[in-house]
Design a protein around this ligand. Structure first.
Ligand code: AMP
Ligand code: MG
Length: 338
């Protein structure tokens, strides 16, 4: 299959027309969002959704997020809209926020990975919402990477992973946020945070009160444990390089990297005082700049052939929780406290 790439920033009308045509025909399209690129298909078409799993090589019990453009699009997807979801939607949507509810019978088990629930998001990206509106369909879409590799934050990375596997990629430039959405379940009370992302735990708690943080957010799931969010049990965000997170001050980090010939994954500016190879991932005090850089930095480490990587540890407050959650997975939970 030949994969066409259309730039929506320069060919807006044609991009919407072609994306809409493919999606209505039951094909899979790579689309830009503000979090990471998505691999989208008509959420109401089981055969189309199955193609997503094939293109990604994704295990079929790992459910997809359904993307909508307007609040009215939510009701048909769910059994009922809980009060707290209404409050959250009013305040945050469109945003990097995915909310899980009991699914309606319009959502097939292919989308929900056989769970009785469905995950729904209204993306902030104007391009993503324009594509959803153009085809008039809710779009099931996971991240547009091959299963197991870091989520793609630009169209080139989607092409690298999906060339020959899907007919169309819409290029909307770099993703502003750079890590996947916050996932929170309202299928239980109090709600449970399954994955930290662009809308922070602190912001949500301030609005709706108690939120339980699922164990898998900060810890490795035990062998055989049941995951609240099936995606958590799979190896995720992993570059080929072997990464260890170093919890220490900068001077200790520097001597460790230099004495062991490692590649450093450090904060902006720190590379100037390192004599070893280094890749940076944002400002030490700004979780949003770290998230915008993290997945690119992981791919860059692979491109430069790094084998042994020592990473600086981010703060876990605010957006930092999402950055830390991805980095511990990229490192296979290897953390050294010095
Ligand atoms: P991705 O789209 O690749 O970012 O993955 C979507 C994430 O949302 C996965 O980690 C899923 O496990 C999670 N997810 C989607 N639907 C549900 C659901 N109904 N219940 C729990 N987690 C879900
Ligand atoms: Mg993913």
């Amino acid at each position: 299959m030949k994969t066409e790439v259309i730039n929506i920033t320069t060919e807006y009308e044609r991009a919407l027309e072609e994306a809409s045509k493919c999606l209505k025909n039951g094909e899979v399209v790579g689309i830009p969002t503000e979090t990471v690129y998505g691999l989208a298909a008509n959420a109401f078409d089981e055969d189309a959704v199955r193609k997503i799993f094939v293109a990604k090589g994704r295990p079929s019990d790992n459910p997809l997020i359904v993307h909508i453009a307007k609040l009215e699009d939510l009701a048909p997807l769910v059994e009922e809209i809980p009060e707290k979801v209404k409050i959250m939607a009013e305040k945050f949507w469109p945003a990097a926020l995915t909310m899980i509810m009991k699914k309606s019978d319009k959502i097939s088990n292919v989308v929900s990975g056989n769970l009785p629930t469905v995950a729904v998001r209204m993306p902030k990206s104007d391009y993503a919402r324009a594509i959803i509106e153009a085809c008039g369909l809710p779009l099931a879409a996971p991240s547009a990477n091959l299963s197991g590799s870091p989520s793609p934050t630009n169209a080139k990375y989607v092409y690298d992973d999906m060339n020959g596997r899907i007919p169309l990629i819409i290029d909307g430039g770099n993703c502003e946020i750079g890590v996947e959405s916050t996932v929170i379940s309202f299928a239980e009370n109090p709600p449970r945070l399954l994955r930290p992302g662009g809308v922070t735990l602190e912001e949500m708690t301030e609005l709706i009160g108690e939120i339980v943080v699922d164990d898998a957010v900060l810890n490795k799931l035990e062998e055989g444990a049941t995951a609240s969010s099936p995606g958590m049990k799979y190896k995720h965000y992993a570059p080929s390089a072997d990464i260890t997170i170093i919890k220490s001050d900068f001077d200790t980090f520097k001597s460790l990297c230099e004495s062991e010939n490692a590649t450093a994954l450090c904060f902006d500016g720190e590379e100037k005082s390192l004599s070893c190879p280094a890749v940076t991932y944002g400002d030490i005090n700004d979780g949003f700049s770290q998230s915008a850089r993290l997945f690119d930095a992981l791919r860059e480490l692979d491109e430069m052939g790094a084998t042994k990587v020592y990473a600086r540890c981010p703060d876990t407050k605010g957006m930092g929780l999402a950055v830390y959650n991805r980095l511990i997975r990229a490192s296979g939970f290897k953390i050294k406290v010095i």
